[in-house]
Design a protein around this ligand. Structure first.
Ligand SMILES: Cc1ncc(COP(=O)(O)O)c(C=O)c1O
Length: 475
């Protein structure tokens, strides 16, 4: 039997409250608005609202309308979902990756799952102030669309900073992008067609694996050493056997291993690129986050033929919310610019202008010096805690920079199961399953050390250790 119209309407509203469309204390649409939107009579809306009020979902305020009642969510609750016991279920890697990504913004508990920088350094205040002052001055809005290449002042700052990576490029050899992810996507799109093979590191940052899959490309996972990065010998072998179209690598503080490719290997890699006449997409997003000494030279610094497309962003050094990145595409410049133009014409000027202004200030380099030392100490603390609490058979990467540590456990540990068990306790890690398309890292997981340590986060590491030890006994 069909439900009465006012009941249907009431159900619709309670669903919307559950889904967070209307939060506690928020005003609901007026009777007239709702009647018009849902094409039902005023009387039906009045009855639906009266019924919801009676059931404690909403309350009427004289002359103001209906509001979601403060207590309704606590009293009514969500029995079906809140009683569900989270347990491992088969999910595609894409779904699992999205789920892990969503956990980043979960304010409860301790999150080690994302490589997000600490946003409590003084630079964040400077970014905020610059944003406000730039917006107030409105200097970036006077010309309609920005140029497809991107804001000149930003490209100028990037070209100057590139010198630190040993890269000599002009302002007109750079294109700004919406973060490094966008730069990498533009590069892959411009260089490949569906079915082509891309050589990647193994383990590989899942954002890259997902992108490769979504473009209909195939990835070939090249063994990657926790100290020296992608194995040149293994890449050589793969190139002999497969028609690889492009090499995609994170040579400086790779995600998740935190390793750095030595300069000799970068030169050997360049020779291979020349021999096989292929391109390389270099993801240098962590290049300026070294723990000690100078930042590593980019592979691009050894590139005399424009084969390397150098990609990076301010997401790890300033704030990922700015969505400001760039690409120096070498001889593929025209293709990339066209790709960017057809995808978005140009980018919002304000964040680009903010990033340029911040880079131009001395405080940015001071911030980087502080951030590098802080991250070094936090990484060490994570490894110390892991040694204290995790099973003695564990292996851990020893990052020389970046924001993450990679843990490898005995084969009987299931990283995805660990992820769900931790999530149940409001603790987030990134399961190893995400970092390969061939299921190589089920017994691994990645943890970020970017945030300041607190008693709660230290206890969370101890809790992870407990779960691991239980799994060692049970499995
Ligand atoms: C290796 C790597 N490349 C690219 C990205 C995406 O960077 P962005 O936020 O600048 O798009 C990330 C983000 O975590 C990353 O770790």
């Amino acid at each position: 039997m069909q439900k009465l119209l006012y009941v249907q309407l009431g159900d619709q509203i309670t669903d919307q409250i559950r889904q967070g469309l209307y939060k506690v204390g928020e005003r609901l649409p007026s009777v007239r608005e709702l009647s018009k939107r849902e094409q039902v009579s005023i009387a039906t809306v009045n009855t639906a609202y009266a019924n919801l009020e009676q059931r404690g979902w909403i309350e009427a305020k004289p002359k103001s309308g209906y509001f979601v009642r403060r207590s309704c969510l606590e009293t009514v609750g969500l029995p079906e979902t809140s009683n569900l016991k989270p347990k491992p279920r088969h999910m595609s890697v894409n779904e699992l990756a999205m789920e892990v990504q969503r956990g980043v913004s979960n304010k409860k508990g301790s999150s080690f799952c994302a490589a997000v920088p600490d946003l409590n350094f003084p630079i964040s205040k400077i970014i905020q102030r610059t944003y406000v002052s730039q917006a107030r001055e409105g200097i970036t809005f006077d010309q309609g669309y920005g140029s497809p290449e991107g804001l000149y002042e930003l490209r100028q700052q990037i070209a100057r900073r590139a010198l630190g990576a040993g890269i000599q490029i002009g302002v007109d050899e750079l294109i700004t992008t919406a973060g490094a992810q966008n730069a990498l996507a533009l590069a892959l799109r411009a260089l490949t067609k569906p079915g082509d093979i891309v050589a990647v590191e193994s383990p590989c940052y899942f954002g890259l694996l997902q992108m490769i899959e979504s473009f209909g490309l195939k990835s070939i996972e090249i063994p990657t050493d926790a100290k020296d990065g992608m194995s040149i010998d293994a890449l050589k072998l793969a190139l002999q056997q497969w028609p690889i179209k492009v090499v995609l690598s994170i040579p400086a503080y790779s995600n998740p291993l935190g390793c750095v490719m030595p300069n000799e290997n970068k030169q050997a890699l360049m020779q291979l690129l020349q021999q096989y006449d292929i391109a390389m997409i270099e993801d240098d997003i962590y290049g300026e986050l070294q723990f000690e000494g100078h930042r590593p030279k980019a592979v691009k610094a050894f590139d005399e033929e424009g084969r390397v497309l150098w990609c990076s962003s301010v997401s790890k050094t300033m704030d990922p919310k700015l969505r400001v990145g760039w690409i120096a595409p070498g001889k593929y410049y025209a293709k990339i610019l066209h790709q960017k133009y057809v995808n978005s014409i140009s980018l919002p000027s304000l964040p680009q202008s903010v990033a340029a202004q911040v880079m131009a200030q001395g405080q940015f380099d001071r911030h980087l010096r502080q951030a590098r030392e802080t991250y070094r100490q936090r990484a060490q603390h994570l490894i110390d805690l892991a040694q204290m609490h995790f099973p003695s058979e564990m292996r851990a990467s020893s990052p020389q920079g970046g924001l993450v540590v990679w843990f490898e456990m005995p084969k009987k540990i299931d990283g995805t199961q660990l992820y769900y068990q931790c999530r149940e306790r409001e603790v987030r890690i990134a399961p190893g399953e995400l970092f390969s398309v061939t299921g190589l890292y089920q017994n691994c997981f990645r943890m970020s050390f970017a945030k300041p340590w607190t008693l709660e986060s230290e206890q969370a590491v101890a809790m992870i250790g407990l779960q691991l030890k239980e799994m060692m006994i049970k499995n």
